[in-house]
Design a protein around this ligand. Structure first.
Ligand code: SAM
Length: 156
C-alpha cells in the first residue's frame, strides 16, 4: 500500500511535518510513581491500576482494542540519560553492555510493557502492569498478537 492509499472505512489525522524518524507522543501515562526509585523495575500483573490518557485525536484508533486482554505499551523514558554504552547495574564496577540490559538508560529510551487491559473509557485506558513514572510520554499501543497476521505454514 503506498502512502497515499487508504482502505475503505479507514480514517486518518493530520500529522506534523516529517522529520528524520521523529516520534510524536500520542498521550501521557499516569502512574502512582513520582520518583524513579519508587517504580518497579518491571511491571507486574498484580501491580496498581494505571491510566493511559490518549490524545483525543487518536480515540478512533482504539476501535477493536477492547477485544484484547493483554496489550503492549511503548513509552519514552523521558528522564533517562542517553549516553551510557556500558552500565553497572549492581553499582559494583562490573559492567554489561547497554543492549544486554532492559535499563531505561539507552540511546533511544523506549520502554515496553505487556499490560493487562482492564477498561477503556473514551480516550482513557485503565491497565495493570506498568513500571514508569507519572507523566511518561506514550509512543504506541498494540495488541499482544495480531488477528490479521496469517500464521506461517509449518516448515517441511
Ligand atoms: N518495562 C520497560 C522495558 O523493559 O523496556 C522499562 C524497564 S526500566 C528497567 C523501568 C525503570 O525505568 C523504572 O524502575 C524506573 O527506574 C525507570 N523509569 C520509569 N519511568 C521513567 C521515565 N519516564 N524516565 C526515566 N526513567 C524511568
Amino acid at each position: 500500500m503506498s502512502g497515499s492509499d487508504i482502505r475503505p472505512g479507514e480514517t486518518i489525522v493530520d500529522l506534523p511535518a516529517a522529520g528524520d524518524a521523529a516520534l510524536h507522543f500520542i498521550g501521557t501515562i499516569h502512574t502512582p510513581w513520582l520518583r524513579r526509585e519508587d517504580c518497579p523495575r518491571q511491571g507486574r500483573s498484580d501491580g496498581p491500576q494505571c491510566r493511559i490518557e490518549l490524545d483525543p485525536v487518536w480515540r478512533p484508533a482504539l476501535k477493536g482494542l477492547e477485544d484484547y486482554e493483554m496489550i503492549e505499551v511503548l513509552y519514552w523514558l523521558d528522564r533517562s540519560r542517553r549516553d551510557l554504552v556500558c552500565q553497572s547495574p549492581r553499582s559494583d564496577g562490573a559492567t554489561v553492555g547497554t543492549f544486554a540490559l532492559r535499563s531505561p538508560v539507552r540511546p533511544n529510551p523506549i520502554g515496553t510493557s505487556l499490560v493487562r487491559l482492564l477498561s477503556i473509557e473514551e480516550n482513557t485506558l485503565i491497565v495493570r502492569g506498568l513500571d514508569c513514572l507519572d507523566g511518561t510520554p506514550l509512543i504506541d499501543i498494540k495488541p499482544d498478537r495480531c488477528a490479521f497476521t496469517p500464521v506461517a505454514p509449518p516448515k517441511s
